[in-house]
Design a binder for this molecule. Structure first.
Ligand SMILES: Nc1ncnc2c1ncn2[C@@H]1O[C@H](COP(=O)(O)OP(=O)(O)OP(=O)(O)O)[C@@H](O)[C@H]1O
Ligand SMILES: [Mg+2]
Length: 249
């Protein structure tokens, strides 16, 4: 599959995603071109319905653009069969959502091992404990989701996303269901993964404070990129959002 040593972990070129057809059609993404360099943390912000989730789904190979191309490392996704796309997602992409989507009947370590098992692989000895320790839950391996706090459950979901050592970790409002303190813990963890392990992270968020943990914030309006900020504090990000939401349609 190559060495994936390209500078950018993900590239979108003129990506358009239309839903439906005719008069009822919606252009969720409109000619979006973006590069996400390896080892960087990007936040995607924008008003509700601006195309953030659609952008993430297209970039992660969960959805296919109507036109344009998406590249993961040196792999062009356009034209890949469903089977190849599923394998690529399984082996090279991690995803965490607002809802943690843990299986309630499985323990933390069983949930974390699931992506490997689905791929027909057996975790090597200690592998599951290592990622659980990486997210600070080494002592909770045998607990089930109902025995864990919201922040702990999201950290299990993170560990599950990380077990395959994905090239890119995507998050769609990963702290959306957490209180602000717990949310900050999870964001601190994401930041550490970027700084310590060179993880690439792309995260959708509504929250300027959450987005301020990223290196870069990309703004979407009506499916188009509408500016970006680099290393900006939360106040600047909030001010930019206020301007975008006030703009006449
Ligand atoms: N499966 C679908 N069928 C039809 N329209 C869709 C579909 N998914 C998304 N859309 C439309 O595409 C646009 C972008 O949706 P998207 O979910 O990407 O927005 P978002 O920025 O993530 O919004 P939010 O902040 O509310 O999560 C919206 O107008 C939405 O109604
Ligand atoms: Mg969304």
């Amino acid at each position: 599959m190559g060495t994936h040593m390209t500078k950018d972990a993900i590239r979108l070129r003129s990506v358009t995603r239309r839903y439906g057809s005719g008069a009822a059609s919606v252009t969720a993404l409109d000619d979006v071109s973006l590069a996400f360099p390896r080892g960087t943390f990007t936040a995607v912000m924008g008003p509700s319905g601006s195309g953030k989730s659609t952008l993430l789904q297209c970039a992660a190979g969960l959805d296919r653009p109507s036109s344009g191309s998406v590249t993961v490392g040196d792999t062009e996704l356009t034209g890949l069969s469903e089977t190849r796309l599923t394998l690529l997602r399984r082996e090279r992409i991690g995803f965490v959502f607002q809802a943690f989507n843990l299986l309630p009947s499985l323990t933390a370590e069983q949930n974390v091992a699931l992506p490997l098992r689905l791929a027909g692989r057996r975790p090597r000895k200690g592998q599951v404990r290592e990622v659980l320790e990486q997210v600070g839950l080494g002592d909770r391996a045998r607990h089930r989701p109902t025995e864990l706090s919201g922040g702990q459950q999201q950290r299990v979901a993170l560990a599950r996303a990380l077990i395959t050592r994905p090239e890119v970790l995507f998050g769609d409002e990963p702290t959306g269901a957490l209180d602000s303190r717990t949310g900050r813990e999870v964001l601190g963890l994401l930041r550490d993964m970027v700084d310590r392990d060179g993880q690439t992270i792309i995260m959708v968020s509504h929250d300027p404070v959450a987005a301020s943990h990223a290196d870069r914030v990309v703004f979407l309006v009506d499916g188009r990129v509408n500016g970006e900020l680099n290393g900006a504090p939360a106040e600047d990000i909030a001010a930019h959002m206020t301007r975008l939401e006030a703009a006449p349609c």
